[in-house]
Ligand binder design. Structure first.
Ligand code: FE
Length: 387
């Protein structure tokens, strides 16, 4: 892509902010101007912005059509580019995507009523609910979205929609935990697992959601008793990411790692870092609460931004992402679960077995997130087992 095309492109669309119009001779611009793959419709480039790296993907050809849409995504390019390409092919609608690692809400807010974004793709009920509470989302009524996405996986007023689900599972030692021994969230607090559990920070969104689900299901007092029990069972202070917990099982630090299911998929298939394949071999995925409420689930999802100038096209994108083709791609690429009934899971995900999902409304769980965060502080969860 040449700087000339870049600038022409930005003038031709409503998707323009100061941050996207570097001087043509600036080093940033020359980096942006470096083409990646000539035959692809999209070009990807990196630009440094306050608060983290941001990737910008632009449709490379011609002036913007009226139906072009602008997408903010905190989902990674490798995951959504194939689906966006398929959408453009099917609909003729180009998608200009800004990849944002941090500060999604701030960037939407910074745009005010003239926010350049039409739609947003992100992960975790917390981020979706944060956008809802901030009042930056536009309600959508769509028969296709209602039909494709179960009611408990979307906002009741059409403010956000779950597009995939992910399970926060136990990855247990194949050697040291017998099948059937660790089966539930209640087991996380059972005295026989003292000193055997590893988990990341209690303040991480994945754990806040898990604890919020416990509050929603069992009430404040029971959730507090449970969390104190979990804390007492920790092998070490909460630390690291989800994969680091599986590594700790591999190293014998603990016997049970709490992690999102797709990280096992990422470790199993990791050719760049084969050590992670060893971590994966040390663990067995256990879906929890199969004799009770079912496995706690979280979502990735999408929403329309208030003030969109292309709502019809943006809704079409969401509908496409909830359809069979995109749902299958999601399932294959990131080892997640499609939300649409009847779409096959990937062979690897299927190899972990069928399971019962908890169908507690994500909206309901998300409402208990502030209480979950307070509870983590109250019990001193991140101080570790000996505090
Ligand atoms: Fe993750």
């Amino acid at each position: 892509m040449t700087p000339r095309i870049w600038n022409a492109r930005l003038r031709a669309t409503p998707f323009r902010t100061a941050r996207q119009t570097p001087a043509a001779d600036s080093p940033r611009c020359s980096r942006l101007a470096t083409p990646t793959r000539n035959k692809t419709r999209f070009r990807t480039a990196t630009m440094a912005v306050a608060g983290g790296a941001m990737l910008l993907t632009l449709a490379a050809t011609g002036p913007a059509a009226a139906a072009d849409i602008n997408l903010y995504s905190s989902r990674q390019p490798f995951l959504i580019k194939p689906m966006l390409s398929a959408f453009t092919k099917a609909s003729g609608i180009n998608v200009n995507t800004v990849y944002i690692k941090k500060g999604l809400l701030e960037k939407i807010r910074a745009g005010g009523v003239n926010s350049p974004a039409d739609a947003v793709l992100t992960t975790d009920m917390g981020r979706l609910d944060e956008l809802r509470q901030a009042g930056v989302l536009d309600a959508v009524q769509s028969k296709i979205l209602s039909a494709n996405i179960p009611a408990h996986l979307r906002n009741p007023n059409g403010l956000w929609f779950g597009l995939t689900t992910r399970a926060r599972v136990a990855l247990v030692s194949t050697d040291r935990v017998k099948p059937g021994d660790f089966t539930s969230l209640a087991d996380m607090a059972a005295p026989r697992f003292k000193g055997r559990i590893c988990i990341r920070s209690g303040k991480h969104a994945y754990n806040i959601a898990l604890i919020a689900a416990q509050i929603a299901r069992h009430g404040d007092a029971a959730a507090e008793k449970w969390l104190r029990g979990v804390k007492a069972n920790l092998a070490r202070k909460p630390q690291g990411n989800d994969r680091a917990q599986a590594k700790a099982v591999y190293e014998g630090v603990c016997d049970i790692a709490m992690a999102n299911n797709y990280y096992l998929g990422k470790m199993v298939t990791n050719k760049k870092k084969p050590a992670q394949q060893d971590w994966a071999k040390a663990v067995r995925l256990v879906y929890l609460d199969q004799n009770g409420a079912g496995q706690h689930m979280n979502v990735s999802g999408a929403a329309i931004i208030k003030g969109t100038r292309n709502k019809a096209a943006a809704v079409k994108l969401l509908e496409f992402l909830s359809g069979d083709a995109a749902q299958k791609m999601y399932a294959e690429i990131n080892h997640e679960y499609p939300v649409k009934a009847g779409v096959a899971r990937s062979p690897l995900v299927r190899s972990w077995g069928a399971f019962k999902m908890d169908t507690l409304s994500i909206e309901t769980i998300a409402k208990h997130r502030p209480a979950a965060s307070k509870l983590v502080d109250k019990v001193g969860f991140n101080d570790g087992p000996n505090s």
